[in-house]
Write a new protein. Structure first.
Lengths: 121, 624
């Protein structure tokens, strides 16, 4: 069975491109454009990985991550944070929120695929 | 000269002058008064004595006259020598004389009766009988009337004497019978003249005879009876008066001269015309003016003491007055050198004290204002530094941004071109999926470009580098142009674009391009957030401003979003859901432009019903 990845980003163009890359690689992709939608989808679909942009409307990325990681059931789903912030800052945040890793925009497609391969269940 | 010295000196001189003046006046007046008093006293005394002497002489005259009229004597003298009762008569007469003399011992000490030939035929002193006195003055002169023989030394009696002689006349026949001589001791006169009453220690009174010889006793010189010629100015004057023998005149001024001793005396005279005697009364000048000399001593002491005292008092007063002045002066010096903490701190209560205290207050205020000036200056310096830093920082920032923006733009061009080349098929056939991704790319490149421009714009605005081309423009024209530009966009969404313009608006001074930018931004936002209804641009005059409003019937703005509206990079949550993009700088830039025109921009909204953005431009621009 193909692995399912949830990509969360408010930028439609970003979603388009990332989805394309992942699909090309053979993954199944579902998308969400805000934090609330993301949480719903995680619950419903139980993806094998979540690519999470931090700047999200309604419920922001930090909140989503926190909720995922404090939930018994959802905790084991790996989360990779996507952001345009500086490296040091995001590194701290990753540790704080207990996400698995992070990617800084703009990122190389290889970087993305490597990390996904690494962490996906 | 210091003030202190001036004061002391003034005190001293004033007092000295006053003292000297007072003393002089006192001295002169005292001397005169004293002189007059003594003089008057002497006059009174001498006149009294003179009267006394006259009285005495009168009495003696009366006495001798009375004896001369004695019947006993008359009878005796009428009896001749040869008469049988001569001896009897002689005896009676002699006894009478003896008795009379005894009774009047104090008046005369001897009595002689001379016959018509000048022979002593009877006497109170029997031994005298038989003396020949025919040549005697008394006998010779008494024939005519009572004669007083001036003071003389009687060889017979060995006494200084006066003689009162009276003729004995036959009461019936008026025949000259003889002379009676009463011999009087000069002691009687001496008693009168040597009485020291009222004459003090050095005063004396004495008689001098017509030849100027002293006949009574001198207080100072012994045994000068008829030997001492008193040739003094006083005696002179006395004899002058005697000669005139007219009215009694006295000196008005105390008469001071040297007496028979050579001593300076104050003297008066009284004269006894019948004897041609002068009664001189004198008192030593030293005694007369002794009180004055005592006074002089006191006055002199005063003259010496007063200046010393006034010098001391003056110095004290000077110090009292001058000390605060010196304190004040010293204060000004110290404070003048910059020590603003110094206080004169006077305790004086006079005007100088008040001045000193006022001076201290002034110093305190000066200190306050200098410290506040000082701190103000410091503040200004600090601010200037900060300003400078900020300016520098801003300059650096804007330079950086300009550079970076430029750097950013360059690659964008290449990217854009690269994409375009592939997209339009110039580099080979392109399928739909490929074209889709290329369009995505192109869209985002444009977005990036817009962002960079927006940042640059904003930066220019902030740093004041934008040059506004202010001209008189028609705001309605601008509105119409914007509508023309944007109507298509509105129509795409099914929105009406309405213009409500006040045609009577005056021309306003503004930068056309910039205001167009603002209006475009507002309309753009409105279109972005409105899905149905209309967009309305309206213009109106308000006082001395022109108001432009852009109203939409869109989703509106929440109250909590209002404060963030015009901030840089803020975007409403809604915007993120759209594909319209937007830099988040539009409103911030608009605000900057409006502010530069000295106008105002703000928004009103009813969430869910729509929003209206307003801006006003002043009609009369007051640019500095």
């Amino acid at each position: 069975m193909a692995k399912k990845i949830l990509v969360v980003d408010d930028e439609p163009d970003v979603l388009k491109i990332v989805t394309f890359r992942l699909k090309k690689e053979g993954y199944e992709v579902i998308t969400a454009r805000d934090g609330q939608e993301a949480l719903d989808l995680v619950n419903r679909e139980r993806p094998d990985l979540v690519l999470l942009d931090l700047r999200l409307p309604v419920v922001d990325g930090y909140e989503v991550c926190k909720r995922l990681k404090t939930d018994e059931d959802l905790r084991q789903i790996p989360v990779i944070l996507l952001t345009a912030s500086s490296a040091t800052k995001i590194a701290e945040k990753t540790k704080d929120f207990q996400a698995e890793d992070y990617l800084i925009k703009p990122f190389e497609p290889e970087e993305l695929l490597d990390k996904v391969k690494k962490f996906i269940n | 000269m210091k003030i202190g010295t001036k004061i002391t000196l003034s005190f001293f001189l004033i007092t000295l002058l006053l003292t000297m003046l007072a003393i002089s006046v006192v001295y002169v007046v005292e001397r005169r008064d004293l002189g007059n008093a003594i003089f008057a006293h002497l006059i009174t005394t001498s006149e009294a004595r003179r009267d006394h002497i006259n009285g005495f002489l009168d009495m003696q005259e009366a006495m001798v006259k009375q004896l001369a009229e004695s019947m006993v004597l008359e009878e005796f003298l009428s009896t001749s020598r040869e008469a049988p009762d001569y001896a009897e008569k002689f005896e009676i007469a002699t006894q009478r004389l003896e008795r009379t003399q005894k009774v009047n011992e104090n008046l005369f000490y001897e009595c002689l009766v001379l016959n018509a030939e000048g022979k002593v035929i009877a006497s109170s002193n029997r031994t005298r009988v038989g003396l020949d006195k025919a040549g005697d003055d008394c006998f010779l002169r008494a024939k005519e009337g009572v004669y007083i023989k001036d003071a003389y030394y009687s060889d017979i009696t060995k006494q200084r004497s006066l003689a009162f002689c009276a003729p004995i006349i036959n009461s019936k026949t008026k025949e000259f019978l003889g002379v009676i001589i009463n011999k009087i001791s000069l002691d009687m006169l001496n008693e009168i003249t040597t009485d020291r009453t009222g004459l003090g220690k050095t005063g004396e009174m004495y008689l001098i005879n017509r030849n100027g010889y002293m006949i009574t006793r001198s207080r100072f010189v012994k045994n000068k009876f008829l030997k001492l010629k008193v040739d003094t100015p006083n005696a002179e004057r006395c004899f002058e008066h005697l000669e005139k023998s007219g009215a009694v005149t006295h000196e008005h001024e105390p008469f001071i001269y040297r007496d028979y001793r050579g001593v300076k005396v104050l003297g008066v005279h009284a004269y006894i015309p019948r004897m041609q005697w002068c009664l001189l009364a004198e008192i030593d000048e030293s005694e007369a003016f002794a009180p004055l000399y005592r006074l002089s001593f006191v006055l002199f002491t005063l003259i010496v003491l007063a200046p010393i005292l006034t010098w001391l008092v003056g110095r004290f007063a000077a110090r009292l007055i001058a000390a605060p002045i010196y304190q004040l002066r010293r204060g000004t010096e110290i404070i003048g050198q910059g020590n603003l903490d110094y206080k004169v701190g006077t305790k004086a209560t006079d005007e100088i004290g008040a001045l000193s205290r006022a001076f201290d207050r002034m110093t305190r205020d000066l200190k306050k204002s200098t410290t506040s000036i000082g701190s103000l200056r410091q503040e200004i310096t600090d601010r200037k530094k900060a300003e400078k830093k900020t300016k520098e920082a801003m300059k650096v920032k804007s330079e950086f941004i300009s550079m970076v923006s430029h750097e950013l733009r360059t690659p964008l061009t290449a990217i854009k071109e690269g994409i375009a080349i592939v997209s339009d098929g110039s580099a080979g056939p392109v399928n739909d999926e490929q074209k889709d991704f290329l369009d995505t790319a192109k869209r985002n490149v444009d977005r990036l470009s817009r962002l960079i421009n927006g940042v640059l714009d904003f930066q220019k605005l902030e740093s004041g580098k934008v040059e506004f081309d202010i001209q008189e423009n028609d705001i309605n024209e601008v509105a119409r142009d914007v509508q023309k530009e944007m109507v298509y966009l509105a129509k795409e969404k099914g929105l009406d674009f309405i213009l409500k313009l006040d045609e009577k608006l005056p021309k306003v001074r503004f930068d056309r391009d910039k205001i167009v930018q603002v209006l475009m931004n507002l309309v753009n936002n409105s279109v972005k957030f409105t899905n149905k209804g209309s967009i309305t641009i309206s213009t109106a005059r308000e006082g001395n401003t022109v108001r432009v409003s852009v109203k939409d019937t869109g989703v509106g703005i929440e109250k909590r979003e209002m404060p963030r509206l015009f901030r840089k990079f803020e975007q409403l949550a809604e915007a993120k859901n759209r594909r319209t993009g937007g830099t988040g700088l539009g409103l911030a830039i608009s605000r900057g432009i409006i502010a530069a025109h000295k106008g105002k921009i703000w928004a009103e909204s009813e969430p869910g019903r729509g929003a209206t953005f307003h801006f006003v431009l002043p009609i009369e621009e007051r640019r500095s």
